[in-house]
Design a protein around this ligand. Structure first.
Ligand code: G4P
Length: 282
């Protein structure tokens, strides 16, 4: 399957983000816990330019707990401050304040030595589309009390969400673009819905997803749909079509509709807590 992706329209977003990066101390990067590497845009590393770095494994409610743990250790080993969050229901969100402080500890110390006390550290959320940036910011803001408002001269036009007296968060996230040089990464981004569905063939995508699920989470599909387990992925999809009543005129199975069902159910976590990559597969 071939993917095409033109990040041309991201140029503007990138420029805006570079401006915002000048205002902050720490980059808080959201990745999808089901694909913590594929959903990470490596270009942020050049743009980060010595800033403190935090990685949040968002949507961990949808990911395999064991694999999430492996990924946390993997990124910690690479020098990031890491935690997992469920932005949708708020689990783990409050703890992010402490992680941000920890990530900025050196800077806080430096400031202290120069006599700058009680200056809040400033953070910005970045991530590829659909990874949960807005949901996270809303959840974070709810836990915080007030918005500090504009700060003329220094942060013209910017809104900062004051989390506590120590941490402020820029209320607009930096949007990174999905980046993939190999087909596997592209596929994983498609499975989680970070690439527009129009860019790929949903039938082929669903067959590849079924193949992966049969290999790594055997039984997940058959038990959710209450159907026979079928090694042949095309036949498995037909069984899903029957179960879901996806039929076309003339009594034919509507496998495209079944494929969409499968992908949607996977994205919504209905097939179970499933991860699509491990640090070992890197
Ligand atoms: P973005 O700003 O990075 O583009 O992402 P956004 O917050 O819009 O979130 C994209 C989708 O991911 C939303 O679902 C949102 O609810 C969901 N989401 C965000 N964080 C989590 C999480 O930790 N766990 C789970 N399970 N889902 C999460 P949606 O279907 O587009 O909207 P909605 O129907 O949920 O409102």
């Amino acid at each position: 399957m071939q993917f095409q992706w033109y990040p041309g329209h991201m140029t503007k977003a990138k420029r805006a983000m570079q401006e915002d990066l000048k205002l902050i101390d720490v980059i808080v990067e959201l990745v999808d816990a089901r694909v913590p590497l594929s959903s990470k845009n490596p270009d942020i590393d050049q743009m980060a330019n010595g800033k403190s770095r935090v990685i949040l494994l968002n949507k961990y409610d949808l990911a395999d707990d064991k694999k999430t743990q492996m990924w946390m250790e993997y990124y910690e080993g690479k020098g990031y401050f890491v935690t997992k969050v469920n932005s949708k229901n708020g689990t783990g969100v409050k703890a992010v304040q402490d992680i941000i402080r920890q990530a900025c500890q050196e800077k806080i110390e430096r400031d202290r030595k120069r006599g700058i006390l009680n200056r809040p550290v400033r953070a910005m959320i970045v991530g590829i589309p659909n990874v949960g940036k807005s949901t996270f910011i809303n959840s974070f803001a709810k836990k915080a009390c007030t918005k500090t408002g504009n700060k003329p001269g220094v942060t013209k036009g910017k809104q900062w969400i004051r989390l506590n007296k120590n941490v402020e968060l820029l209320d607009t996230p930096g949007i990174l673009w999905p980046k993939f040089e190999d087909q596997k990464t592209g596929l994983r981004l498609a499975y989680i819905g970070s690439i527009k569905d129009e860019l790929f063939n949903i039938y082929e995508l669903s067959l590849l997803l079924l193949e992966y699920l049969h290999g790594y989470y055997p039984g997940a599909v058959s038990s959710f749909y209450q159907i026979e387990k079928e090694e042949d992925c095309a036949k498995q999809l037909e069984l899903i079509a029957i179960r879901r009543g996806c039929m076309k005129a003339g009594g034919l199975y509507d496998v495209d509709k079944a494929a969409k069902c499968l992908v949607d159910d996977f994205r919504a976590g209905k097939l179970g807590k499933i991860s699509l990559e491990t640090p070992e597969s890197v």
